[in-house]
Design a protein around this ligand. Sequence first.
Ligand code: C2E
Ligand code: MG
Ligand code: MG
Ligand code: MG
Length: 288
Amino acid sequence: AAKDEGRNRFHYFTASMQRYAKHRMRLIQDLRHAIVNNEFELFYQPIVSLQQESKLKAEALIRWRHPKRGLVSPIEFITVAEETGLIIEIGNWVFQQAARQSALWRDRFGVEVQISINKSPVQFRDEGESFESWAALLKTLNLSNNNICIEITEGLLLDGNSAISSKLAQYRQSGIQVSLDDFGTGYSSLAYLKKFEIDYLKIDQSFTRNLDSNSDDFTLCEAIIVMAHKLGMKVIAEGVETDYQRKVLSDAGCDYGQGYLFSRPVPVEEFEQAFLYTTNKVIEKTTA
Ligand code: C2E
Ligand code: MG
Ligand code: MG
Ligand code: MG
């Protein structure tokens, strides 16, 4: 009986592995199609100043308008895009789209909105990727380089690859800013914070989430803010959902907040309606 069970289990695993392999192959095919057919779209989520300063920022978050499946979340396809290298093309598209959007908002609304884009480690490791082509587009658009910010994660900095650090330095020297995303969830080696020049630390939402109830998380947030400021960085808290969290963070000196309290990530037109027709709306909402 034990033998039969074992065999059944084996069959069960192969069947599910086959299903997975099939699903994955389908996804890869669809992704290739999506690139050619322009099925991606950027949603924008405001990054709101918690202190006096009023300059508006936004994070661009990719969505996939799948012809059959509807709106697909990046969680479902970024990893496969990275594994297959398709992220290179997708990432270039994201950058171009975000840069054009910032230039468009400047021209249409007279507002400079710094747009953050998530840049995959795979893009950094790609030898063919050239900083020059990015710089050239910004120049063509006559866009100030600090209107673009790149979000990276801790893993990239621990890669130990010197080509990566020189690339990062190149971006930063050009005026493009750098954010460290999901801070506190990675390897938690703090040594790289002095080695790399970073403009913003983004406190991961797992710390912000429990600010209401858990005082340890508050202590951690406070300590991160103090440390970041001493090292010359600004702090963005992710996942701000309640007014209480906003207040606690703002009192602790946190520079910016991002989260559902201010807005979910929304399509361009919605972002314009909510934040650009009356630029002051964000500020009114946060000081109410
Ligand atoms: P991330 O860069 O850490 O982005 C923040 C995520 O938190 C977004 O999920 C956002 O919708 C969500 N979020 C924002 N505010 C709140 C809140 O108050 N509460 C909660 N529960 N969640 C909130 P999203 O859009 O599903 O993106 C997931 C991840 O996918 C991103 O995490 C990022 O790592 C990746 N991603 C998104 N767009 C791109 C892209 O263009 N390129 C690459 N390489 N990765 C991307
Ligand atoms: Mg991000
Ligand atoms: Mg994040
Ligand atoms: Mg995240």
